[in-house]
Design a binder for this molecule. Structure first.
Ligand code: NAP
Ligand code: MG
Length: 522
């Protein structure tokens, strides 16, 4: 009889919606209106399937129009955060015994329900985090991909794995879940990363507390609700909203928590790693920390590169979603012979980017996430003007939202502050390299190692980069953003994190532990 895995179709990436099609455009406009109309709704905590009010509330707002509420959300109290851990622990005992095929079926069902709500989720991302229509749809499609991919991965990992035969023994290795996890995602892939981190943990048989970013709690609520509709038992995912600085430490330190899966900044990731390393009273395990953190990603443009392709790739990687991707290009490293021409062409290309409210589909660049982020970006730009030559942008763009112009600073030294620190906004440093050796050396000179790209038509240069460019996701002659589930397992080196390779065949193992069973026979 065919196994469940054999009966499942091969994984394929979800196609993106074509918004040029008038029918799709009309559906998206209707979805935006509907999400807007729901902006006065209040969202509860979800603990053991129950809707619970918190110790207070906060509003999540549209970064393109901060006066517009996207929803009112609960601030969980410390006691409620502890209750959520207890609920997950209770659920773990039964959920971990549910056959893997049934857990995978939950993810397949969740993918199907997400497809049915594609426009609604797209619209919510436009309004809650300021994505353009295309970026929002890419985020939701990637979330569907994670659900489909991890479901198949669990089916692959289920059951006894053959080991080296030993005469007189029957041996096998199986994978079992870890226990209670805390899932802490960022806001920038508010659906994909949140849904991917959560679904990977639970399909492996764990139960979790999901603490979404305070900038994107509504999409997380809708996802947990959707998992319930797909048949998830109470307590398997508990939703606890509220400030990470207020309830985060408590969740990370809780002695019944077995693992923490975090994606976000280097500062918070290192803090979590340190807290989790100290055993608490009653704790009987070493906590596992999966931490995917920041980037300072470079595109190297070799002297022989197709310049127009390089300019396009750099602009798309630097300014897509306002530079707020961990994979965003924030350094273009350009060989001296073509440097001036590259800068000229880039300046013209950046002038074609229009900034405004991404609810308007003709807008290519929307707002940054919040006022704090805008101020931080402005201070980096002020610094950058001293460290190099401003050739585009440099100012807030007009409008009520948190708008920043796409900004390019050229002639930046490789060790300058704006060439080293993650800015997480639409700011690109252009660095001149003496030659290709110099370019590769500069590309490796930060503490990060997430993504990178090389534009060159010279095979030997690409092969050198394959060996020497030390990043978790390396691309040739294409942009350094837009990793696809299955095709480009994602995660970085050095201070970019634990290289978890989300969307790849190693990922689920992070939420499992192997058990070897050996029986004497004959
Ligand atoms: P962040 O400020 O580090 O926040 C990430 C998450 O941590 C949020 O849910 C946040 O909650 C929570 N948090 C904050 N303080 C905490 C604490 N003491 N204990 C526990 N949790 C705490 O990052 P972000 O601004 O959301 O996201 C941007 C960052 O993520 C960038 O650095 C980017 O490079 C990185 N990123 C990396 C990857 C990757 O795969 N490597 C992917 C995407 C993004 P609150 O919102 O309530 O503070
Ligand atoms: Mg918001």
């Amino acid at each position: 009889m065919a196994t469940v895995l054999e009966r499942v179709s091969e994984f394929k990436n979800e196609a993106l919606i074509d918004f040029k099609d008038p029918a799709n455009k009309a559906k998206m406009e209707a979805a935006l209106a509907a999400v807007r109309a729901g902006g006065s709704a209040t969202y509860d905590l979800i603990i053991n399937g129950r809707r619970v009010r918190g110790a207070g509330t906060f509003k999540t707002s549209n970064p393109a129009k901060p006066s517009e509420s996207v929803g009112t959300v609960q601030k969980a109290s410390p006691a409620q955060a502890r209750e959520a851990v207890a609920a997950a622990e209770q659920a773990f005992y039964s959920w971990s015994k549910v056959p893997a095929a049934q857990r995978a079926a939950l993810l397949f069902k969740a993918a199907e329900l997400t497809r049915a709500r594609r426009f609604e989720f797209d619209a919510l991302l436009v309004l809650e985090v300021g994505k353009s229509w295309g970026e929002a749809d890419g985020d939701v499609a990637e979330g569907i991909d994670f659900l489909e991919y991890y479901a198949r991965e669990m089916l692959r990992l289920d059951g006894p794995h053959p080991v080296t035969p030993v005469p007189g023994e029957k041996n096998a290795m199986i994978y079992i879940p870890l226990g209670v996890g805390v899932i802490i995602p960022p806001w920038n892939f508010a659906f994909a990363i949140m849904a991917g981190m959560t679904s990977a943990a639970i399909v492996a048989g764990n139960a979790v507390v999901l603490k979404p970013s305070s900038d994107s709690p509504v999409i997380a609520y809708k996802f947990v609700e959707l998992l319930e509709q797909a048949g998830m038992p109470p307590g398997v995912v508990n939703l606890v909203t509220g400030s990470g600085s207020e309830i985060g430490d408590l969740l990370v330190q809780h002695p019944r928590v077995r693992f923490i899966s975090f994606t976000g900044s280097k500062e918070v990731g290192l803090h979590i790693n340190q807290l989790a390393a100290t055993p608490q009273a009653g704790q009987i395990w070493i906590k596992r920390v999966v931490a995917e953190m920041g980037g300072k990603d470079s595109i190297v443009v070799a002297a022989d590169a197709d310049l127009d392709a390089a300019v396009d790739g750099v602009a798309a990687s630097a300014f897509g979603f306002q530079g707020q991707k961990c994979s965003a290009c924030s350094r273009a490293i350009v060989e001296a012979p073509i440097y001036d021409e590259f800068v000229n062409r880039l300046k013209k290309r950046v002038a074609t980017i229009n900034t405004g409210d991404p609810a308007d589909p003709s807008v290519t660049m929307g707002p940054v996430i919040n006022e704090g982020s805008l101020k931080k970006i402005e201070s980096y730009v002020a610094e950058g003007k001293k460290e190099g030559t401003l050739i585009a942008g440099g100012e807030r763009a007009s409008g009520e939202g948190y708008y920043m112009q796409p900004t390019v600073i050229a002639d930046v030294k490789p060790d300058a502050k704006i060439a080293q620190e993650e800015i997480f906004g639409p700011v690109l440093a252009v660095i001149k390299a003496k030659d290709y050796d110099d370019a590769l050396r500069i590309a490796n000179n930060t503490e990060y190692g997430l993504t990178g790209s090389v534009y060159s038509q010279d095979r030997s240069k690409l092969e050198r980069a394959r060996d020497e460019f030390h990043v978790g996701n390396l691309y040739f002659n294409r942009k350094c953003t837009g990793a696809m589930v299955g095709a480009h397992p994602f995660g970085g080196f050095n201070m970019s994190g634990t290289d978890s390779k989300a969307g790849g065949p190693d990922y689920l193992l992070l939420f499992l532990q192997a058990k070897s069973v050996s029986e004497k026979v004959g």
